[in-house]
Design a binder for this molecule. Structure first.
Ligand code: ADE
Length: 243
């Protein structure tokens, strides 16, 4: 898998993506991350990448031409020119996009190439979406100052699903949201701290009881923190298996 990140702030990634499991997996070449700066494709002597919005109002808009030239340099075709390879996706980070969910992370993890454009300022000139087939993706219903943290979240959520990135792939299968529910609470040593004890069942060695405890505790956490998900889960249970 190759991630290409189109960003005005490549330094944001060069250090953060070198940390932890993602950094180790990148070192092991389980995927590659290429950083591209649209400023390198600006056409004026000031290397401008943004300008004021038509129609007035405050803020700045990312200009079309540097982004278009940048995507062209990466080999992305304009809409209708060539068929987009099915295992390659072009993504724009945007608070107005489709919200990233585990199902979308799984879909992206099956791709061979993801190019993520980090939006900035008010956003990109909307005509970019007419020129290219682009998925607009948000990481949640709040507004960031720029798309870099969103791109980092996307890379992390997708990369950990690539085989061998996690030491224990089973842990990805047991993830919160993999089954549409939030994860079970977990504990580690010591078995008691400041009088707080680990639930007895977890040290019982009885695997059936442990499994039941985890399912029940995950559901309880889901009911408390995500009543929306909990209701959906309940409704699906009552409907029975889909055909
Ligand atoms: N840019 C600004 N806010 C964002 C969000 N919530 N998700 C993705 N990109 C963004």
């Amino acid at each position: 898998m190759k991630f290409e990140i189109v960003t005005l702030f490549p330094d944001y990634f060069s250090l953060s993506m070198r940390q932890s499991l993602i950094g180790k997996a990148w070192d092991k070449q389980l995927f590659d991350i290429v950083l591209v700066n649209p400023r390198d494709f600006a056409v004026d002597k000031h290397h401008s990448v943004d300008d004021t919005p038509y129609g007035g109002g405050g803020g700045m808009v990312m200009m079309l031409e540097p982004l278009d030239r940048c995507l062209e340099s990466l080999g992305w075709p304009h809409k209708g020119k060539e068929k987009r390879p099915s295992k390659e996706r072009l993504i724009l980070t945007s608070a107005a996009g489709r919200v990233l969910a585990q199902s979308l992370a799984v879909e992206y993890s099956l791709c061979e190439r993801l190019t993520i454009i980090c939006g900035h300022y008010l956003g990109v000139d909307e005509r970019l979406l007419s020129l290219y087939e682009i998925d607009e993706v948000s990481i949640g219903d709040y507004v960031l100052t720029g798309g870099e943290p969103a791109a980092a979240v996307m890379v992390d959520a997708v990369a950990r699903l690539i085989p061998r990135v996690l030491g224990n792939f089973e842990s990805a299968l047991g993830d919160s949201h993999m089954d549409q529910i939030t994860g079970a609470p977990c504990y580690t040593k010591p078995a008691e701290y400041l009088g707080l004890k680990v639930p007895e069942v977890l040290v019982s060695g009885d695997h059936a009881r442990i499994q039941q405890f985890r399912t029940d505790a995950a559901l309880e956490k889901c009911r408390r923190n995500r009543p929306d998900l909990f209701r959906r889960l309940r409704a699906a249970d009552h409907e029975g298996p889909s055909e």
